[in-house]
Design a protein around this ligand. Structure first.
Ligand code: FE2
Length: 346
């Protein structure tokens, strides 16, 4: 069996593969590790055949939709998953075949309604139902401590004691455990009475994960995150260094336009000398009158360099094929002590 565990902070993804059939499945992939998964699959000589999400993640951005499009393979999730891009909806007792490997589905709700665990011959992928030394939380959307109690005590913990556990999160350093080990030492599993367990889960008062609403929006809809949007735009545009812009402005170069895409107040207070102003929000609608020559070299800038990247990408798409973005923003420009100009008061 081919097996790789890929950590991204505390989030864990897995590549499981069959070396005879040369196929594999990716479990709980995260967007920032897409290249890593593909490299690992290539290194092991396996073709990724399935992308599997154990549940709707609230704390990281699932790479399932993107990988499914890149690799042209189906996304698998529990039938209760709200994600519209799921191709294969599965349920309790279903078996996913990955070459000679069999992954049997256990519906293990509680952390989320659509949580499932995948049981292989010697290991179980528990998603966020059973963690090492902990359990998944039940206070996020569709969480339910009563359901988690049943998923743990009436399903997962009744599996073979020597099964290894591979969860979707690792918080305390150890990356592998067994059912037996968790029964013995996991503090949350010591509350074996349903009422006590539910009460404990209800009173944990954990802090909310970072990017909660954004992760749910992206994972439930298949849309993109702000970071993805920015990195896609950044991949479409070249940048110009602040030193280069400064020297061109000082030399009075007339073969390029410095374009400030911030709001009017910010522009009026301080802008790069000779900059033209066209706020990002009005870019598409006012571009024809503001920038009549599409062959000009245009350098966009904003406060920190993000909006200007989006603006430069938009300009390129509209035919301004020499648009670039400032590598940095007005904030860094000022910090360097470079010259600025205010709009004269009328
Ligand atoms: Fe989760």
């Amino acid at each position: 069996m081919i097996f790789e565990q890929v950590a991204n902070g505390g989030c864990q993804s897995y590549l499981i593969g069959c070396s005879e059939a040369c196929v594999g499945a990716l479990i709980d992939p995260e967007v920032r590790k897409i290249d890593r998964y593909r490299a690992l699959a290539a290194q092991h000589g396996v073709r990724i055949q399935y992308i599997i999400d154990t549940h709707t993640h609230a704390d990281h951005f699932s790479a399932s939709k993107q990988l499914s499009e890149i690799l042209d393979v189906p996304v698998i999730a529990h039938r209760l998953s709200p994600a519209p891009y799921v191709d294969l909806r599965i349920d309790e007792g279903d078996v996913i075949k990955v070459g000679n490997i069999r992954l049997t589905v256990l519906h293990t709700p509680g952390h989320t309604r659509d949580s499932m665990s995948l049981v292989a011959s010697d290991r179980v992928f528990t998603g966020d139902a059973l963690l090492i030394g902990a359990t998944g939380r039940t206070d996020l959307p569709t969480g339910d401590p009563e359901q988690l109690y049943d998923s743990l005590f009436n399903k997962l913990l009744k599996l073979s004691p020597d099964l290894r556990i591979y969860p979707a999160h690792v918080y305390k350093g150890s990356t592998c455990s067994t059912i037996e080990e968790e029964l013995r030492s996991n503090p949350r599993l010591q509350k074996r009475d349903r009422g006590e367990f539910v009460e404990m889960m209800r009173t944990l008062s954990l802090s909310m994960p970072e990017h909660l609403t954004e992760a749910l929006r992206v994972n439930m809809s298949g849309g993109v995150s702000v970071a993805q949007l920015l990195s896609e735009a950044a991949a479409e545009v070249p940048f110009m260094s602040m030193e280069e812009v400064k020297s061109r402005v000082e030399a009075g170069a007339n073969d390029f336009i410095v374009l400030d895409v911030r709001e009017r107040d910010a522009f009026d207070a301080a802008h790069i000398p000779s900059a033209k102003h066209l706020p990002r929000g009005q870019l598409e609608l006012r571009v024809n009158e503001a920038l009549p020559d599409p062959t000009l070299r245009i350098v966009t800038y904003c406060e920190v360099g993000k909006i200007s990247t989006l603006a430069a990408a938009t300009l390129r798409r509209m035919g301004f094929t020499r648009a670039v973005a400032l590598d940095g923003g007005m904030k860094a420009w000022k910090e360097k002590g470079y010259q600025t100009e205010a709009t004269p008061q009328a």
